[in-house]
Design a protein around this ligand. Structure first.
Ligand code: GCU
Length: 424
């Protein structure tokens, strides 16, 4: 008995130590990053013409080992405009609310899409599309925004009780979404609640869009990040039906787990013209091999449903992963991509996010395009937006702030030419 207790205690102590996140650069292990330009057969991509096939190979590896396979796109899609108001935001915007139905019958999934487009525009607008965590009604105080009817995690601060949203949450997340400012800068803004696509809890993949696809699940079946990314592509389908949106100039943006999702959506769907990940960390922009802050072990223990089942087998064995996250960024090339970090968000490994962005540069170079334009981690508060890969390190903690948006807008101005005066 005593031996058993002792062994158990030892095991517990050991686990506690093993779970302690590393925040010490000196303890980051030496590692070799897989070269994004080297194909699985060992040969090297030497020009832009060789990139599409290598990109397809990388996407297949991310499907097989990290996020799981995406389903075929042949689900029924029905787009219903349920609200149009061209006097929104004090007359500056046209608000639309759409119900985007995926699949048919009992299991059909209804995603509420909220769109504000600037009234002052001379054609369809470049658009930011981002999923939100708490419901569309939380992004702005506009009383006309519909409240989600789907499952939400309980949160008294946002008026969510018994997994139902309420009016008490209206505008509560407005500080993360400077809608007026985005519209003033000439962009449309579109958002949907991520739980409409797939509720964020582990239910064995029986609800949300997973339920629409009949499949024998295996180690490479899709998880929730795959589901949210798939949903983003369907929302882009829906946006393409609106005359005020220029579907060829849509930036997909996301924070945290939704930053991971934005990268995966942007990598897999080349229709996204710009991809922005904010504080996305492990399984997002941060290099897994650094094992700094959140690790594969930590993320798959707490959030196994975000990934394919096989991903968990790389816990503590990151060097065996056939890809690392710089190749997710590279899979977006030659389209512009932006990675944002926050200085105190050590859990997301800001340096690892920066290094991943840098390690994607050789792929942009294939196209003769500048990458980050800097080898050193920028000072907090400064942004590197001149190249095709943008990056900034904000002071402060894990969050999505107006400062982040200022940099995103600046980068979008360069690459999406939103302002009518800038338009060719
Ligand atoms: C947790 C998780 C992160 C994730 C974050 C979020 O902190 O460990 O990987 O990015 O939640 O999505 O808020």
């Amino acid at each position: 008995m005593r031996t058993l207790i002792l062994t158990t205690l030892l095991a517990l102590t050991h686990t506690a130590t093993a779970q302690e996140p590393n925040y010490d650069e000196a303890r980051v292990p030496a590692f070799d990053l897989p070269d994004p330009l080297v194909r699985q057969d060992g040969t090297r991509v030497v020009d832009a013409a060789g990139w599409p096939a290598r990109r397809a190979e990388l996407l297949a590896l991310f499907e097989q080992h990290v996020y799981g396979r995406l389903p075929d796109h042949d689900l029924a899609l029905d787009v219903e405009v349920v609200d149009t108001d061209d006097t929104a935001l004090g007359g500056r915007a046209t608000r639309r609310q759409l119900v985007v139905r995926l699949g048919s019958g009992e299991r059909a999934v209804a995603i509420e899409l909220l769109v504000y487009a600037p009234n002052d525009r001379d054609g369809p607008a470049a658009t930011f599309l981002g999923l939100n965590f708490k419901g569309n009604h939380t992004v702005h105080a506009d009383p006309a925004i519909r409240i989600p009817t789907s499952w939400l995690a309980d949160d008294a601060g946002f008026g969510v009780e018994d997994h139902r949203a309420s009016d008490a949450g209206r505008g509560r997340r407005a500080r993360r979404w400077p809608v007026e400012h985005i519209v003033e800068r000439g962009y449309a803004f579109a958002t949907a609640y991520y739980g409409d696509i797939d509720p964020d809890f582990d239910d064995g993949f029986r609800n949300g869009v997973h339920a629409l696809v009949d499949e024998q699940r295996d180690g490479a079946s899709w998880g929730s990040i795959g589901a949210w990314a798939f949903g983003l592509s369907r929302l882009l389908d829906a946006l393409a039906t609106l005359p005020e949106v220029d579907a060829a100039r849509v930036a997909v943006v996301g924070h945290s787990r939704l930053g991971k999702t934005a990268l995966w959506a942007g990598a897999t769907d080349p229709r996204f013209a710009l991809v922005i990940s904010n504080d996305s960390g492990c399984g997002g922009a941060a290099l897994s091999r650094r094992r700094y802050g959140e690790t594969v072990a930590a993320i798959t223990r707490r959030f196994p449903h975000w990934f394919c089942a096989r991903y968990a087998s790389y816990a503590g064995a990151e060097d065996a992963l056939p890809v690392d996250q710089h190749e997710l960024i590279a899979a977006i090339a030659p389209r512009p991509v932006y990675v944002a970090s926050a200085e105190q968000d050590r859990w997301a490994d800001p340096r690892g996010e920066f290094l991943a962005a840098r390690a994607a540069e050789p792929v942009y170079a294939l196209f003769g395009l500048p990458g980050l334009g800097t080898d050193a981690l920028p000072e907090p508060g400064t942004a590197s937006t001149a190249g095709r890969i943008g990056y900034h390190l904000r002071s402060g903690t894990h969050d999505l702030t107006h400062e982040d948006w200022e940099h995103f807008l600046e980068f979008a101005d360069r690459h999406l030419r939103a302002r009518p005066s800038d338009r060719r």
